[in-house]
Design a protein around this ligand. Structure first.
Ligand SMILES: NC(=O)c1ccc[n+]([C@@H]2O[C@H](COP(=O)([O-])OP(=O)(O)OC[C@H]3O[C@@H](n4cnc5c(N)ncnc54)[C@H](O)[C@@H]3O)[C@@H](O)[C@H]2O)c1
Length: 441
């Protein structure tokens, strides 16, 4: 075995914990010369066939004047605030090529799934996308996201309900994904109060089927969406992955916490590398119509009053969608590794002796709800009519992400200011959503 901490097969985190593989912090942002070799080492003992490096391939520099991204730029393909359109400086898998990877993205017609798939496709990777296109919100928006992805080379879509065990198993055996980004879920805190059954079906049964698929196909890495809502009744801010999260206050949150527990079991029993991302209030172009940024924008634009809960006395760590995509792409080629320093006597909730990791993905900059309202007002050039409402059952008053674990792991943290992100969201709403999707020129 190489000497620990000498860079020969191990790297040491700033807190002293030793990890197998190459130090990911040394190679995230700079693009190494074409002759360099990127080696991302997995650790899945149970994945015996790939006990040696999961991904060992020359690092390609970004295309210079060639490649699909460049030709799209020339033909205007990147001019709009398109799905996952990666602005300069954004992470792409050109930094961490997944040669021969077969990537499955679930929830691909959804807000974040479509953005992740777009970035992977723009990078030149193939994506199999799955979604059941349910009617939780306007299906035209889901279809419009798919219509953006459909012409891109390498994209395959399957309409499929992940709660259908046989259909999900069949999809896994046909596509044999090496990497899975699982974003399909029944989202929404408030909806879970009226429709608990859909959360049980999609988030518990569906997640179980994803784990089984990954287990049988010996998937190299499962990255899945958890949620900031798992912090539930916790009040210590910022929320950190080291906190105990045993007090969810909505069924939605309970299903996400359950996903983390189920994932740990598969990491332990089958050595399936799993990384859970606790996402904090994601917003941006192609966003969800049931979330505050969209609801407020739509109401203000049409002159309707907006409902402001808890009299506006709420703080949210609003996270821009491209930052979330960056985090997914940074983590995907790095299968979760066992934490050699993990102790059952003093268990760290965010790591394990199994290949299991939990990260917060937030902006680390909570904003008052009323700041969101005024940013939207400014971007639209219209004033909001406010209707103050009491706190909603199941809602939390404040969210604020401690993203230090993510920063340590991949030297990256989301950092798009709210004003910038809302500007891009409102531009999409006016230029694309209203005329092309809602049919309101
Ligand atoms: N957007 C946020 O602020 C946020 C915050 C925390 C966590 N998350 C999580 O991130 C993930 C993506 O969220 P989003 O905002 O893109 O939501 P979304 O609703 O836009 O996307 C989810 C997609 O999954 C699909 N889906 C749901 N159940 C399915 C099933 N049983 N089979 C197949 N497809 C199914 C839906 O049709 C939808 O297109 C979800 O897991 C969500 O819980 C999102």
């Amino acid at each position: 075995m190489p000497a620990p901490g000498k860079g020969a097969g191990h790297w040491r985190r700033t807190d002293g914990i030793l990890y197998p593989g190459r130090d990911p912090r040394t190679s995230l942002h700079p693009v190494p010369p074409a002759t360099d070799t990127a080696s991302v080492t997995g650790c899945s003992a149970g994945h015996a066939a790939r006990a040696t490096p999961h991904i060992t391939t020359p690092v390609r520099p970004p295309p210079k004047g060639g490649g699909r991204a460049a030709s799209q730029a020339q033909d205007g393909g990147l001019r709009r605030p398109a799905l996952g359109n990666a602005p300069a400086g954004r992470i792409t898998l050109e930094h961490f090529p997944l040669t021969d990877a077969r990537i499955l993205v679930t929830g691909v017609a959804g807000f974040i799934g479509a953005a992740v798939a777009r970035r992977l496709l723009d990078t030149g990777l193939g994506v199999v996308g799955i979604d059941n296109l349910n009617a939780y919100y306007d299906v035209r928006l889901k279809q419009a996201r798919l219509a953006e992805l459909a012409p891109l080379p390498g994209f395959t879509f399957e309409k499929l309900d992940l709660a259908d065990r046989a259909a999900t198993a069949s999809a896994f055996s046909r596509h044999r994904p090496t990497h899975v980004v699982h974003l399909a879920a029944q989202a929404g805190v408030r909806y879970s109060i009226e429709h608990p059954e859909t959360y049980v079906d999609s988030n518990l049964v569906g997640f179980g089927n994803i784990l089984e698929g990954c287990r049988h196909q010996k998937t190299e890495h499962l990255v899945y969406a958890s949620s900031s809502s798992v912090y539930g009744a916790n009040t210590t801010l910022p929320f950190s992955v080291g906190q105990n999260v045993d007090h969810p206050i909505s069924l939605y949150a309970a299903t996400k916490k359950a996903n983390e527990l189920m994932a740990h079991t598969y990491a332990h029993l089958y050595r399936l590398p799993v990384t859970g991302l606790r996402l904090f209030t994601v917003y941006g172009p192609w966003g969800r119509p049931d979330m505050a940024a969209f609801l407020f924008t739509d109401a203000i634009w049409h002159g309707r009053p907006i409902k402001v809960f808890n009299n506006g006395d709420m703080l949210r760590d609003f996270t821009y969608v491209d930052d979330v995509v960056d985090a997914v792409l940074a983590l995907l080629p790095r299968p979760a590794a066992p934490d050699a320093a993990w102790s059952g006597a003093r268990p760290d909730p965010a790591t394990s002796a199994a290949p299991y990791r939990i990260y917060n993905v937030g902006n680390h900059a909570p904003e008052p709800l009323m700041a969101l309202v005024s940013q939207i007002e400014d971007a639209l050039g219209r004033k909001a009519k406010l209707e103050m409402e009491p706190m909603q059952a199941g809602d939390v008053k404040a969210t604020f992400a401690d993203v230090s674990a993510l920063a340590e792991a991949v030297d990256f943290a989301p950092r798009t200011p709210l004003k910038e992100g809302i500007g891009r969201f409102v531009a999409w709403y006016r230029d694309i959503y209203l005329p092309r999707i809602a049919g309101q020129p």
